[in-house]
Design a binder for this molecule. Structure first.
Ligand code: IPM
Ligand code: MG
Length: 369
């Protein structure tokens, strides 16, 4: 198949991890006979430096016309001035909103070989497999009014948490559909004991559940959900929640898997074009050192193959290659168990994944002949 993929490396370690994922896609294309065309565009801090805006018009135009977008990360200390009018994060939020990508899927699976890397006891994280479905274009991130006021007596700032019925409906319904392909359990997370928007969320989730007799729904308050992730993470299947709760809970959940650097995400809307990115940030402290973990971005590329290109076998092959490489002991610095373990570079780990994809191809070809 032919596909156009827009690359948005962004800031910090973004370019390093996107490079590894792109070359993984090259290997997939060669093995399966696809033709992927890549174009690279600016977003975030690098875009501010060159164009004075975090989401330049050519970037959005290219993304809109593409089959899929693969993004690294945005942000960094250089652009962190709280008074700045233009911020790197506006690029990311802007592209999510402009492409209508309301559903952010964040699968958190604990690889058996990494159970010892998590800060929790291995028996607590063994076999954890949670799919977070984070609402991505509403809530506190986008609600209006949103402003800051520096009065003569005091300073004041306002953010607004608003959700409309249709926004809640489409994300919760998606969670139910996805649960049907899994263990058929949905946990809807809210703060209904305090927030009006959460009470509406809970009401709508309950209404939707009536149409899915085969899927169980439970409601959980976000604070106790945060605790249950540390004590009984295995008891979750699909977790659906609003934008900011999802942002916070998924960083927490990533620690179960051993490292924030391992977790991919897919941001989807009603069309086929999706945005794929690791859930980690730009990690300015290690940028340019060649030691960042490329797995979250490589697994995001696998999600891209599956969700935007419909290439399921290809996505499985990439995920299997990552699993095999981890099982074989390959680690970047963030995944180490003991200080004596050897850390691979970003490029070395990427190369191992590509080799595993090629080797898997040979095994298949030999088995078939
Ligand atoms: C994420 C990030 C972003 C978010 C930031 C960079 C705006 O933390 O994708 O989780 O909060 O959505
Ligand atoms: Mg986040």
């Amino acid at each position: 198949m032919k596909a156009t993929i827009v690359l948005l490396p962004g800031d910090g370690i973004g370019p390093e991890v996107v490079h590894e994922a792109r070359t993984v896609l090259d290997v997939v294309a060669a093995r399966f006979g696809h033709q992927f065309t890549f174009t690279e565009h600016l977003i975030g801090g690098v875009a501010i430096d060159r164009t004075c805006t975090a989401l330049p018009t050519p970037t959005l135009a290219a993304a809109t016309a593409a089959d899929a977008v693969l993004l690294g990360a945005v942000g960094g200390p250089k652009w962190d001035d709280p008074k700045a009018r233009v911020r790197p994060e506006q690029g990311l939020l802007g592209i999510r909103k402009a492409l209508g990508l309301y559903a952010n899927l964040r699968p958190v699976r604990v690889h058996p070989a990494l159970a010892g890397v998590s800060p929790l006891k291995p028996e607590r994280v063994q076999n954890v497999d949670v799919l977070f479905v984070r609402e991505l274009t509403g809530g506190l991130y986008f609600g209006w009014p949103k402003f800051r006021e520096d009065g003569s007596l005091h300073r004041r700032a306002v953010d607004t948490l608003e959700y409309r019925e249709d926004e809640i409906h489409r994300i919760v319904a998606l969670a139910f559909k996805l649960a049907r392909g899994r263990k058929k359990r949905v946990t809807s997370v809210d703060k209904a004991n305090v927030l009006e928007s959460s009470r509406l969320w809970r009401e709508i989730a309950t209404e939707i559940a009536a149409g899915y007799a085969d899927v169980t729904l439970e409601h959980q308050l976000v604070d106790s959900c945060a605790m249950r992730l540390l004590t009984h993470a295995r008891s979750f299947d699909v977790v659906v929640t609003e934008n900011m709760f999802g942002d916070i809970l998924t960083d927490e959940a990533a620690a179960l898997a051993g490292s924030l650097g391992l977790i991919p995400s897919a941001s989807l809307g009603s069309g086929r074009c999706g945005l794929y990115e690791p859930i980690h940030g730009s990690a300015p402290d290690i940028a340019g050192k060649g030691i960042a973990n490329p797995i979250g971005t490589i697994l995001s590329a696998a999600l891209l193959l599956r969700h935007s290109l419909g290439l399921h076998d290809e996505a499985d092959v990439v995920e299997r290659a990552v699993d095999d490489v981890i099982a074989g002991g390959a680690r970047t610095a963030d995944m180490l168990n003991a200080p004596t373990d050897k850390a691979l570079s970003t490029a070395e780990l990427g190369t191992l994944v590509r080799t595993a994809i090629v080797d898997d191809g040979y095994r298949h070809a030999t088995a078939a002949s």
